[in-house]
Design a protein around this ligand. Structure first.
Ligand SMILES: [Zn+2]
Length: 204
């Protein structure tokens, strides 16, 4: 249980960079394994299957960045597992996705930060992902490609924020034999058609 690490976390929090402290290592290992299982080995943001990826590219993601919201560095509600692209290439320590200013809670823990409406994108711990985003896969020559259908405004924001069209573009380009620069709206039409086709198939 996470409480077994309470003392070590307290020690870690005394360090300048608490997350990198040696006192945090046991908790990090424990939490990584636990959350991966809970998430069924999908990246919390792009929903790709990252089971077979190297441990180094599966990151413990702080939804509220630890550099800006230190009070939530070890809070399990603020932690999820993401792929390196979503965490390091896209999100980093950005907070643009917040709908309101939560600065007064940066250093002082408050449950107030954990309201779904505070987040423009889908929060892996506060939102029901399937209400906002539907994800499908296509396999071509042993490669898995991901397609997304947005189901709400939050899903739409999430799709744009994490640049999810990236995962379908390559497939679409390959199928069409065109370059990867197919624009977003064109990709969207093709994705919608794929979902439509699939829906029709399921009906029969
Ligand atoms: Zn991801």
């Amino acid at each position: 249980m996470a409480s077994n690490y309470d003392l070590e976390i307290k020690r870690a929090m005394l360090s300048y960079n608490s997350w990198s402290s040696r006192h945090a290592s046991g908790f990090k290992k424990y939490i990584k394994s636990l959350i991966q299982k809970e998430q069924e080995y999908y990246c919390c943001h792009c929903l790709r299957d990252i089971r077979s990826e190297n441990e180094r590219v599966k990151h413990i993601e702080h939804i509220l960045p630890k550099s800006k919201f230190p009070a939530y560095t070890f809070d399990i509600k603020n932690l999820a597992i993401s792929c390196v692209r979503c965490n390091s290439d896209i999100k980093l320590d950005d907070t643009e996705f917040l709908t309101c200013n939560l600065d007064i809670y940066k250093e002082r823990w408050s449950n107030t930060v954990y309201k779904s409406t505070n987040y423009r994108f889908i929060h892996p711990k506060l939102d029901e992902i399937k209400e906002h985003l539907h994800r499908e896969t296509r396999v071509k020559e042993d490669r898995v490609y991901y397609f997304y259908k947005t189901l709400s405004e939050k899903g739409e924001y999430h799709y744009e924020y994490f640049k999810l069209s990236y995962y379908s573009k390559e497939y679409i380009s390959e199928v069409q034999g065109v370059k990867t620069e197919s624009n977003a709206s064109e990709s969207r039409i093709i994705i919608n058609n794929l979902f439509k086709k699939n829906k029709e198939t399921n009906c029969h």
